[in-house]
Design a protein around this ligand. Structure first.
Ligand code: NAP
Length: 474
């Protein structure tokens, strides 16, 4: 069985304590994982601070070359890496390969981002000052703490490491305790690509034990966190004047207007609701359908849902596999039972084993049911009829979570109204909200986040703007 270590200052370090990593699909222990202590995390941060003193002096060309090499290695190893996702996260191999493609694209954007202009001239003469030149540059911050979730263990780590290294920061990474293996392999890959020792430190272990030091150590200049809202809020309260980016949960909604070609959007909508068992921050959770097309929509949605295959994540035919932990199955089972007591109907699905649940479509739901107003983070979608577009927009906006939202309509003026009035970080017209490419600005409003990712935008948040002026005559 694999026994993992911490990656500190370019060396593997064993720890006194370890924990067993269990595969979500089989329930078997697949690794003994090193559990970092607070003292280990402090050493990692201090090492990263030390490494920053020389890494900040490297050229953009050198940093881009390292990232391009990472891209090349990932291209060669993607099949093997997708298997890690299947084992530690029960991510179906097809979805794992898609995540690897995204990860490659993220590091590629980061390499390109390293070489983009990072400043501008400031017209001092506009203030009436004739003998001064002013310009800005963006400078790295120093040590960035990165805390990541289990659901996209390669790509969401890439959204931290890529922009941080592009500009010369160093990183202490704490991956989710369920998905450490995908981060550990990145240590090897970055080492092979030529990243200097100490620039990437990896501390595996418990987020609740290591969170404080990662947020508050004097050498940490920024915390970038992707995960649940409850943890994000706690970290925001601790962070003081340091910079912070929070990418949190959501309960994504789409509006389907009567002009929509239902057959053309159905496969994508079902995929967006149930991909990776709905454990995606922008998984489609609420579908608001205009009453005239509601019955036909539900009929088609159920038909397409029934085609999905649950099974072994290593099987190429599998569409969805186990949920991340049996506790998650129990949680969602009780939410469904509660909703049914209040009148909701299971149109399809609602069957459970200890580790899996069938993709579930709910109708006759009410706005205050947990399955509607909280993040379900499970293969469950609610379909709700509405009469007017005003009403639909109001229903979408009723949520205090707001990452992406979508609308299907062929009426341009309605589309533009929705673009203006939907409260969300991004509005997708003629698509489900489950859409992200890795160079777009990405981040929620309301309780879904604080700050943006997407390489260019993360680079802004991982650098400080500095102004320089030159007096041209004395
Ligand atoms: P989570 O439980 O919040 O865990 C995320 C990370 O935070 C893990 O590394 C976890 O470590 C750590 N953590 C836990 N308690 C902590 C504490 N007190 N202080 C500091 N760190 C702590 O979330 P998850 O279950 O892995 O991921 C699911 C959530 O992430 C969902 O809400 C989803 O919507 C959200 N998400 C958002 C985005 C986005 O881009 N907006 C993307 C993906 C996921 P341990 O694993 O050791 O507990």
């Amino acid at each position: 069985m694999q026994e993992t270590k911490l990656w500190i200052n370019g060396k593997w370090e064993a720890t006194k304590e370890t924990y067993n990593l269990t595969a979500p699909y089989t329930g078997e222990v697949i690794a003994k994982v090193a559990k970092a202590s607070v003292a280990d995390a402090e050493r990692a941060i201090e090492g990263a601070h030390q490494a920053f003193q020389s890494f900040k002096k490297t050229t953009a060309y050198e940093r881009a070359e390292i990232l391009y090499k990472v891209v090349g290695i990932l291209r060669e190893r993607k099949e093997e890496l997708a298997e890690i996702l299947a084992q530690e996260a029960a991510k179906p191999i097809s979805a794992g390969l898609a995540e690897l493609e995204r990860t490659i694209s993220t590091y590629q954007f980061a390499a390109e981002g390293a070489k983009q202009p990072m400043g501008e001239t400031v017209p001092m003469d506009a203030a009436g000052v004739a003998d001064r030149i002013g310009y800005t540059k963006r400078v790295p911050l120093g040590v960035v703490s990165a805390i990541t979730p289990f659901n996209f263990p390669f790509n969401l780590v890439a959204h931290k490491l890529g922009p941080a290294f592009a500009v010369g920061n160093t990183v202490v990474l704490k991956p989710a305790n369920q998905t450490p293996l995908s981060s550990i392999v990145m240590a090897e890959i970055f080492k092979e690509a030529g990243l200097p020792d100490g620039c990437l430190q990896i501390v595996t272990g418990s987020g609740s034990e290591l969170g404080d030091v990662l947020a508050t150590h004097k050498h940490v200049k920024k915390l970038t966190f992707t995960g649940s809202g409850a943890v994000g809020l706690k970290l925001k309260e601790k962070i003081g004047l340091r910079k912070i980016t929070l990418e949190l949960g959501s309960n994504a909604a789409v509006i389907v207007e009567p002009s929509t070609q239902l057959e053309n959007m159905m496969e994508r909508a079902v995929g967006g609701a149930f991909g990776f068992a709905g454990q995606v921050c922008i998984a489609l959770q609420r579908v608001y359908v205009q009453r005239d097309i509601y019955d036909r929509f539900v009929e088609l949605f159920v038909e397409y849902t029934k085609r999905l295959k649950i099974g072994d994540p290593l099987d190429k035919e599998t569409d969805l596999s186990a949920m991340i932990h049996p506790n998650e199955v129990d949680r969602i089972k009780s939410w469904i039972a509660q909703a049914e007591e209040q009148g909701a109907v299971v149109a399809t699905g609602g069957e459970f084993t200890e580790r899996t649940m069938t993709p579930t479509v709910m109708t006759h739901v009410k706005a205050d049911m947990k399955i509607v107003c909280e993040e379900v983070f499970a293969p469950l979608v609610s379909i709700v009829p509405y009469d007017t577009l005003d009403e639909a927009i109001e229903l979408v906006n009723a949520s205090d979570l707001a990452l992406n939202a979508g609308i299907y309509t062929n009426v341009l003026t309605d589309a533009m109204r929705a673009a203006d009035e939907l409260e969300a970080g991004a509005v997708m017209i003629n698509d489900i909200p489950t859409f992200r490419v890795d160079n777009m600005p990405y981040g929620g409003v309301k309780n879904s986040g604080y700050g943006k990712e997407g390489i260019k935008y993360a680079i802004e948040e991982m650098t400080e703007m500095k102004l320089i002026t030159i007096k041209t005559s004395l």
